[in-house]
Design a binder for this molecule. Structure first.
Ligand code: UDP
Ligand code: MG
Length: 153
């Protein structure tokens, strides 16, 4: 099982889409291992978007991500990192495929509703950046046996 980080961004919060976006992941069969609302600080965003610090849009994305609290979510499942990236769609929401969250609900590069870890290595750094051990839960879910075959879990 993998764990990955999702952030529901301020555009989705403003548009009343927290439930809709969360529901996409739940309906897919991913397990919510952690969930909370957070007001992101400069320090956390400098770390989280550190790989983009030399880009011209860096100050804009930082201020965008602080416009409202975000919803941080840790999702768990087999191949969860790739599955979640696939559900989100490509960065530019105008080019994202229909059926993805960005493709169905977005028109922007910046305001693309969600963040998702882009690799297992990134997920391993991002999950503990946003969640303490005590905020992450391991539990048996009633639908686990019908979401996966016995030899897939
Ligand atoms: N972004 C932007 N302009 C760009 C590229 C990215 O505003 O030209 C924003 C966008 O919100 C994106 C985030 O910066 O989701 C992080 O960029 P990244 O390349 O990591 O895209 P992602 O992994 O989110 O698809
Ligand atoms: Mg990224």
């Amino acid at each position: 099982m993998e764990r990955t980080l999702v952030l529901i961004k301020p555009d989705a919060v403003q548009r009343g889409m927290i439930g809709l976006v969360t529901g996409r992941f739940e309906s897919k069969g991913l397990k919510v291992a952690g969930l909370k609302m957070m007001q992101l600080t400069d320090g956390l965003l400098n770390e989280h978007y550190g790989h983009l610090s030399d880009k011209p849009f860096f100050p804009r994305i930082k201020s965008f991500m602080q416009e409202t609290p975000v919803v941080a979510m840790c999702l768990e499942g087999v191949d969860a990192v790739d599955v979640v990236r696939g559900l989100c769609g490509v960065t530019n929401a105008r080019q994202a495929s229909p059926g993805t969250i960005r493709g169905d609900f977005g028109m922007s590069v910046q305001c693309n509703l969600v963040h998702a870890s882009d690799s297992l290595e990134t997920a391993r750094a991002e999950v503990p950046r946003f969640f303490s051990d005590a905020e992450l839960f391991t539990y048996a879910k009633a639908d686990d046996p019908v979401v996966y075959a016995d030899d897939e879990r």
